[in-house]
Design a protein around this ligand. Structure first.
Ligand code: PLP
Length: 431
């Protein structure tokens, strides 16, 4: 088997995510044969450093020995069981640990199998909790430039035109309030003030605000100050609006703390986690909420207040085993502290990009670095050129429009950081 053979078989039968398939007439698909650590290897023997953690999911490298062992152990014990009426050890253990690790006050875990469906869970729970209180709150607020997934509800609260516009006639009515325009405290304050003005007018109708704490991922890695979370928490309390923190991307250490909400020391009413939850191994997501919300659903069956939402693979045992293994690594390897050195090193190397005349600005939050290019028309697909240059030189970068970013697995070495950042530097210099 070589690249060409598998590529042709693929294009006969597959439709790939987030892709104009015609692009593959000129842009070769890359079949991956195997992967280890930060390295992906194709069928022709080329290797690539996974600088974007395979769409932001991988934390401790591919085919991680420890995680592999834990999954294999689980595989021979229990692969999956219905989670309605039944339970298992991996999911109980994982839930106990998540309750301990997440911001104080989050006490109940509801599982699903991807980020978008967990967002749907949080939206439905929020609406339903108000309904069980006798209130009819049907509007969700989100931030401009936000991204929360691709299912209809999740897309409705998102604000990235590229994904949303086509489906606009199908979507829920939602309201957007401005995201802080930069990383300053003033911008955080100004944006919070806009949100409060909206609440003054519409609080009766607003069920929740959903936001990506500190970094808007698919919104081109836009970053803002943690004070915004603090202001939003206060406003939500004042107007009886739920706070949904979508930490699908920023959770599990990406921002420098285990959870981004900890930077502001706040507890949301709903915390949505996925991506890094299983170390990038298996699809799993969870919504954590408070006992206060949980209690609103807890009554005799005949009162019809239960949350009757389910997915076939809710709380899958293999995925839970991967998640427990991932948390073990955080615990044993002092990951959050060690990442501080990696983040510092990436931050120093990032400065160099400012020398390039087509670089507009740089920014960083923890383990995420981003570079804005300037002077290009969006029709030029400048990101694609960087992507192609990267692949030719052994680095998987996947720019978002004219924003190049780095979000590597936490096991990356300084030499490997040199390699990915030097490659990006050369790519930008050449375009
Ligand atoms: C990726 C992402 C989602 C959607 O998760 P999927 O597993 O891709 O459905 C939701 N919110 C944020 C912030 C994300 O980055």
């Amino acid at each position: 088997m070589n690249n060409l053979e598998l590529k042709n078989r693929d294009l006969d039968v597959l439709w790939h995510p987030c892709t104009q398939m015609k692009d593959h007439e000129t842009l070769p698909l890359i079949p991956i044969k195997k992967a280890h650590g930060v390295y992906l290897e194709d069928f022709d023997g080329n290797i690539y450093i996974d600088a974007i953690s395979s769409w932001w999911v991988n934390l401790f490298g591919h085919t991680n020995k420890y995680i592999n062992e834990r999954i294999k152990e689980q595989l021979d014990t229990l692969e999956h069981v219905i989670l309605a009426g039944f339970t298992h050890e991996a999911v109980v253990r994982l839930s106990e640990r998540l309750v301990k690790l997440t911001p104080k006050g989050l006490e109940k875990c509801f599982y699903s199998d991807n980020g978008s469906s967990a967002v749907e869970v949080a939206l439905k729970m929020s609406y339903h909790a108000h309904k069980n209180d006798g209130k009819n709150k049907t509007i969700f607020v989100s931030l401009t430039n936000s991204y929360h997934g691709e299912t209809i509800g999740a897309l409705s609260v998102g604000d990235v035109e590229l994904y949303k516009d086509t489906y606009a006639p199908l979507l829920l009515k939602t309201l957007q309030t401005p995201v802080p325009k930069d990383m300053s405290q003033e911008s955080a304050y100004e944006a919070a003030h806009e949100f409060e003005l909206l609440c003054q007018k519409r609080a009766e109708e607003i069920s929740a605000i959903i936001l990506e704490p500190l970094v808007q991922g698919a919104g081109s890695m836009h970053m803002y100050h943690p004070d915004f979370l603090l202001h939003v928490r206060k406003i939500c309390d004042k107007y009886n609006i739920h706070f949904i923190a979508d930490e699908v991307m920023v959770g599990f250490g990406r921002t420098g703390e285990l959870f981004a909400c900890s930077h502001a020391n706040i507890t949301p009413d709903f915390l949505v986690l996925s991506k890094g939850l299983t170390g990038g191994y298996l699809p799993l997501s969870v919504v954590l909420t408070t006992n206060e919300i949980y209690a609103k659903f807890y009554c005799d069956y005949s009162e019809h207040k239960a949350f009757l939402h389910s997915h076939s693979y809710t709380g899958n045992a293999l995925a839970c085993a991967a998640a427990n293994a991932t948390l073990d690594i955080f615990e044993h390897d002092d990951v959050i502290n060690k990442n501080k050195n990696i983040a510092k090193y990436m931050g120093e190397k990032l400065q160099r990009f400012l020398e390039l005349k087509n670089v507009d600005s740089i920014r960083q939050t923890g383990m995420i670095c981003a570079i804005d290019l300037k002077g290009y028309d969006s029709q030029l697909r400048i990101g694609l050129k960087v992507y192609q240059y990267g692949l030719k030189n052994g680095v998987l970068l996947r720019p978002l429009g004219h924003v190049i970013y780095f979000m590597p697995p936490y096991i990356i070495t300084f030499e490997e950081i040199d390699k990915i950042m030097d490659t990006a530097y050369e790519a930008i210099k050449r375009i």
